[in-house]
Write a protein of this length. Structure first.
Ligand SMILES: [Zn+2]
Ligand SMILES: [Zn+2]
Length: 412
């Protein structure tokens, strides 16, 4: 008993010391934040007097926000907040911030809240909320005017940004809420229908991406970009034109490596070996040689002759994957890919639905078991890549390909 007493006392003291240290540190942080807030008050005072003095020309800047951002070396959003507040607060309100009676950020949020139409009681009720929550209340109260909606409509866009190596693209954009809902709903519905029964469903975002691709592909088929090529007459239910033209620099290294180096497509981006295989099945390819200053074109070829394509489609009467009943966008596929030495003989060609062709085979890397019966094809798991490591891209060839892609894209 005699031993335990002091021991407990000691550990309690240690905990107590710890708590005191933490509390001290916290108090210091709060004090420092108050200093920051008072400093903002001082800056606000300067901004307000600057706004009063030089309304005509902002000391050579286009607007006061640029002036504040540049002079105080702050983000534009901070400068915008300060100019916003300086225009709305009178001198006595700014003085209260400078004296530390109210905090700068709280005043900022409360000013926005009042502008959004909150009553003094509603403003008072938000005093217990953290600042993020006050921000959410502001969002909810803010009116959406006709002017706002029209501005959003005028500013709507969809953009495609290629990655640095050109191998993939990020899509982003802004739509009005109604227009966005139309697109989302349509892509959701279309995405639902794309996955054959029995297949594992990709997540909603992936389904929308697939849906968008097929939507655009259907549209391109109806209105081909490329000049129509005379096709021999035959039993063609609907005439299909391959929408994408790939420009391949005739490069023995690229071909020997199974195109793991990637090649350029008409749009100017670069695609990898799986896409090369896919285009060999369903696209057209134009090969060029770059020698010194000269670019020699070798003409464009559809890798599978249209007549042969139709014959294979007629022979197979639908997707040949065992158990698949989808007939959406039936396409002809090389069982042994061209890049791996496969040829265009009818025995090496088989019909696949869009899902099995684009998703299962060319994107998930499954391949058709050549031993499986022609009408009941089995899929085998991915095979390992050949292990080829690409050399650094040759900048001259890339620049030439990009320039050529631009020329090709220009309207006739
Ligand atoms: Zn294919
Ligand atoms: Zn299928």
């Amino acid at each position: 008993m005699l031993m335990t007493g002091p021991a407990i006392w000691l550990s309690a003291a240690a905990i107590w010391d710890h708590d005191v240290e933490d509390a001290k540190a916290e108090a210091a942080l709060v004090r420092e934040q108050a200093i920051v807030s008072r400093a903002r008050g001082n800056q606000l005072h300067w901004v307000k007097s600057m706004l009063r003095r030089s309304s005509a020309a902002w000391l050579g800047y286009g607007n006061p926000v640029d002036l504040v951002a540049s002079r105080m070396d702050v983000h534009r959003s901070t400068a915008r907040d300060m100019v916003y507040l300086a225009r709305r607060l009178d001198d006595s309100q700014i003085e209260r911030i400078r004296q530390g009676e109210v905090s700068y950020v709280r005043v900022l949020e409360e000013t926005r809240l009042r502008e959004a139409g909150a009553s003094p009681e509603e403003v008072a009720r938000t005093r217990d909320l953290d600042l993020d929550s006050v921000g959410r209340v502001v969002q909810q109260m803010r009116k959406i005017t006709r002017e706002d909606e029209r501005r959003i409509f005028e500013g709507q866009y969809v953009a495609f940004q290629p990655s640095l190596d050109g191998s993939h693209v990020r899509m982003n954009g802004r739509l009005g809420s109604f227009e966005a809902e139309i697109c989302r709903e349509a892509l959701n519905r279309r995405g639902e229908t794309l996955v054959p029964s029995g297949e594992e469903r990709p997540d909603a975002g992936q389904r929308r991406a697939l849906a968008l691709t097929t939507l655009c592909q259907d549209e391109l088929d109806q209105h081909p970009m490329a000049a129509p090529v005379a096709e021999p007459a035959g039993p063609s239910p609907r005439s299909r034109r391959e929408p994408l033209l790939m420009v391949v620099a005739r490069n023995p290294l690229a071909e020997a490596s199974g195109f793991e180096q990637g090649v350029s497509v008409l749009a100017g981006g670069r695609v990898g070996p799986d896409t090369v295989d896919l285009i060999q099945c369903s696209g057209r390819i134009e090969s060029i040689t770059v020698t010194g200053q000269d670019i020699t074109r070798h003409g464009s070829t559809s890798t599978i002759r249209p007549g042969l394509r139709r014959a294979v489609l007629a022979r197979d009467e639908g997707c040949t994957i065992d158990g698949c009943s989808s007939s959406y966008r039936l396409e002809v596929h090389h069982i042994l890919e061209r890049s791996r030495g496969g040829n265009n003989s009818p025995e090496n060609l088989t019909t696949l639905c869009w899902w099995h062709h684009h998703v299962a085979v060319h994107r998930r890397g499954m391949r058709i078991d050549p031993q499986s019966p022609p009408r009941r094809r089995r899929l085998l798991p991915d095979r390992p890549s050949c292990g080829y490591r690409p050399p650094p891209p040759d900048p001259y060839t890339l620049a030439a390909l990009r320039a050529l892609a631009k020329i090709n894209r220009a309207p006739p």
